[in-house]
Structure formats: C-alpha cells, structure tokens
Design a protein. Structure first.
Length: 451
C-alpha cells in the first residue's frame, strides 16, 4: 500500500482519485466520507497523510512548506507556547500558511470570550511586508531567534490584537521556508503541575533546588520552590533550617534589571552562572555563599522563569557549562495531574541501549495512601527507577519512543508489555498512559485500590 511504500522509500506519493485507487485498502472509506485526493509524505520517522474533499491533486504532490517539527515541539514543551504560526514569504509578503493553538488555550478562550476565535484564527488573513521592520521580517533577515515582549513591540502590526488575546511575548524562530512564531501568554504553572515540574527538574538535572519566578507589575517574585530531601538533611547537619530557595522567597527582582532571572525572561534564552558566590553581577551572591550554592541555571518556561542549581561538594554534579536538561512536557503533565487525576508521572530517557527513569513525581494524596497501607515512603514511580527497559524491546516505553505513538494501558496489573505488573498490583495502579515526547517518554497512571 502507499503507506508502507512511502515509509520504506522515503519519497512522497500523491493519489489523484482515492476512491478509484485499488492499492488503498481504505478505498471504501474514501468513497463513504467523500475523500478525493490523498498525499502521503515521510515525516518524523513515520508517514504523514493529508487529503482533500473536493480539490483534485495531480500525481505530483502539492508544494508545501516543511514544518519544523523539533522547533514546534520545543515551543510547546519547553517555552510553554499557547500557539504556533508558520509565516511563509510570497511576492514580497509574509502569510500565515499554517497555525495551531493548544487545546487548553482554545478551551480557556472559549470560556472567557464566549466565541471560537483565537489569535491564530484572526491572523490568517493578515499580510506582513517581507521588507519591513516588523518582528517576522526582522527575524528572517537576522537569521537568529528573536523574543519580543508585547509591551515593547513598537513595530508589531498585530500589537492590539496580541493584547486582546492576553499574549505576553512572541518568540520567533527562522526556519527553512519561513518563520515560526510562538506565542507566550501570562498563564502561570500552578498546583500539582508546578510541584511536579520543580521536583522533576531537580531529578533530571541533578540539582539540589528549583525555584519558579513569575512577574507581577514589573517585579519577579518566587511562586514556588523545591529543595531535595538530601539537601535538607545536609543543611540540618550544618545547623541550618532554611535553604537558598527559602531565603529567595523574601526577595523581588526588577524585570528591567540585569539579574539572571530578568535577562532570561527578557531574551527568552537560558542563562548559566558557573560560580554564583564568586560572580559579582549575581544579585544573590551573598546568599549563595551562605548556603553553599555553586552553579545556577535559569530557563524561560510557561508564565515565568525556572531556576535550579547545585551545591558545593560531592552531593550534586559540578557544572562547568550549561548542563543538558530534557524538556519536560508541562502541558502533558498538567493534563495528567489536573485533568486525568493521575497518581504519578514518570519521565523515561534513553541511557545507552535502555530506557531509565530520570524524573518522577507522586501526588501527596497517593503517597499518603501508601504510607497508611504499608508504612513506607516508596511509590510505584520511585520503585520504577530500578527498571532498565531495552530500547529495542516491544514494551510500551520503547514502542512509544520508536513510533511516536501514544499508548493506553487499560490494566497495568495484568499487561505484561508494561513489565511492572506486580508493582502495579501492590500500589493500586490500573490505567496507565504512555506519551512520547521530544526528549523521552512521559508515563502517568491512575490509582485504584491498593492490594
């Protein structure tokens, strides 16, 4: 069939009349649903299919821009974008030829506005001068990513429209065939999603603390923080009852200043401080020295800035440069913890020829239930760290990573492909979701009864 042919040959195929194409096993479906022409194209390790209901495409596939999959994924998973728009130049003007707004943002807009309009839908008919000085054309001319705060976007033709839809900044990236625009709103990370993001960032980076900074009226303040249990114990051994993250809660930082938090937010780029106590331009230099903090990283995330760091000594890694950190899919984590009422989330990454847990989080309610039943601190998520799953195996984690397909495990207590049935029985895990992400695989599950 055309699907397997495109997958193996790596070349697109266009079917002019799908209803009469005998090699298409779904020919009858095409007739039933009125599908006319179909194009199959290699895409991201699989095959992308798209078709028409009335227009007829000839045997040559229609000319389409190549969508920058890595940049799009990073926009949503790392930057916390609410939408993306692909701007393509034609005849001296940029047009919005493709766009996508996240389901969560569309739902929020519908509830607040009472209609189905979005910023992306209102941009579709707009033309931008390719030779002008607007953010889109400037990004293409400079050839580098540009972050534009809406309040400072003097040359943004759509400034009033952006303000109407609550946008805080635009992140524009030059890509093959055009410019990718990512919209950042003022939506904050909250609740269990924030708790999970802070804890899992420490897990994945080897950091001893994490802080979430958000801006209100031009000043950044701490909206959430996490300190690892090992770090707390080490501080208590030194007679300290508070940590660097705790002390930072009493500070505010100007968004217009040159502090690492401010510059990270303003430019939309990660910032690294190798030796915080010795860096004179670091505004919390004295606090870092007092609490033995060594290196610090700030990354722009949805609604603010995520800061995390290490301590001096052997308890945490020594960073001589920006450490590699996976992009944790916060919207998926929010869906898991707040919409699906998941009891835990796990992030799996490829290490050599096996997938291993590099970050995990269990909800306080689930941990409390485990303590009441077993009198122990372990959870399904934490014990899963003992497992190394073969990358070439047929388990759900490896299969999701290879195929890019999401899996639903309806009964984790009995499904051998999950590989942890006895654990699921012990901790009452029944329904499990496996979601492939940019830097790994996210797993989350719902708890029922504990055996």
């Amino acid at each position: 069939g055309p699907e397997s042919t495109v997958y193996h040959l790596g070349q697109p195929i266009c079917i002019q009349d799908a209803c009469a194409y005998d090699l298409l096993k779904r020919k009858d479906l095409a007739v039933k649903h009125g599908v006319k022409s179909i194009c199959f194209a290699p895409c991201g390790g699989g095959v992308l299919e798209y078709g028409t209901s009335s227009a007829t495409w000839m045997e040559t596939p229609p000319t389409c821009p190549i969508m920058p999959l890595d940049e799009i994924r990073s926009a949503f998973e790392d930057l916390g974008a609410s939408y993306v728009i692909f701007w393509q130049p034609l005849d001296g003007q940029y047009s919005a030829v493709a766009d996508y707004a996240s389901d969560a943002w569309v739902k929020e807009l519908r509830a607040s506005r009472g209609d189905d309009k979005t910023f992306t839908s209102e941009c579709r008919g707009i033309k931008l001068n390719a030779n002008g000085n607007g953010p889109v054309s400037e990004t293409a001319n400079l050839g580098i990513a540009v972050r534009v705060p809406i309040s400072e976007a003097l040359t943004l033709k759509r400034k009033d429209l952006a303000a109407e839809y609550g946008l805080k900044s635009l992140h524009l990236i030059p890509v093959e065939g055009g410019v990718l625009e990512c919209g950042i709103t003022d939506q904050k990370i909250k609740g269990l999603t924030l708790n999970a993001a802070l804890k899992m960032r420490c897990d994945s980076a080897g950091a001893c603390y994490a802080i979430y900074w958000t801006e209100i009226d031009g000043m950044f303040s701490v909206s959430g923080s996490y300190v690892t249990p090992d770090r707390r114990r080490a501080l208590r051994a030194k007679g300290l009852t508070t940590d660097f993250a705790d002390a930072s809660k009493y500070l505010t930082i100007s968004s217009e200043g040159d502090a690492v938090v401010s510059t990270c937010a303003r430019h939309g780029m990660p910032t690294f401080v190798a030796d915080a106590p010795s860096t004179n331009t670091f505004c919390r230099q004295a606090l870092a020295a007092e609490y033995g903090i060594e290196s610090i990283v700030c990354k722009p995330v949805k609604g603010g800035v995520l800061e995390f760091g290490t301590s001096k000594g052997p308890d945490t890694p020594t960073w001589t440069e920006m450490p590699p950190c996976p992009d944790l899919p916060k919207d998926e984590m929010k869906k898991a913890l707040e919409d699906m009422a998941a009891a835990y989330v796990i992030f799996w990454q490829l290490r050599g020829d096996h997938y291993e847990v590099t970050a995990d989080f269990a909800t306080p309610d689930h941990e409390r239930m485990i303590r009441d039943r077993y009198g122990e601190e372990d959870s399904f998520a934490s014990v899963s760290r003992m497992f190394a799953l073969p990358a070439d195996g047929d388990g759900y984690i490896a299969s999701a990573a290879r195929s890019g397909k999401e899996f639903l495990v309806e009964d984790a207590m009995q499904d051998a492909k999950l590989g942890r049935q006895q654990l699921a029985q012990k901790f009452g895990i029944r329904e499990v979701h496996i979601v492939p992400c940019k830097d790994g695989v996210l797993e989350y599950g719902k708890a029922t009864e504990i055996a």
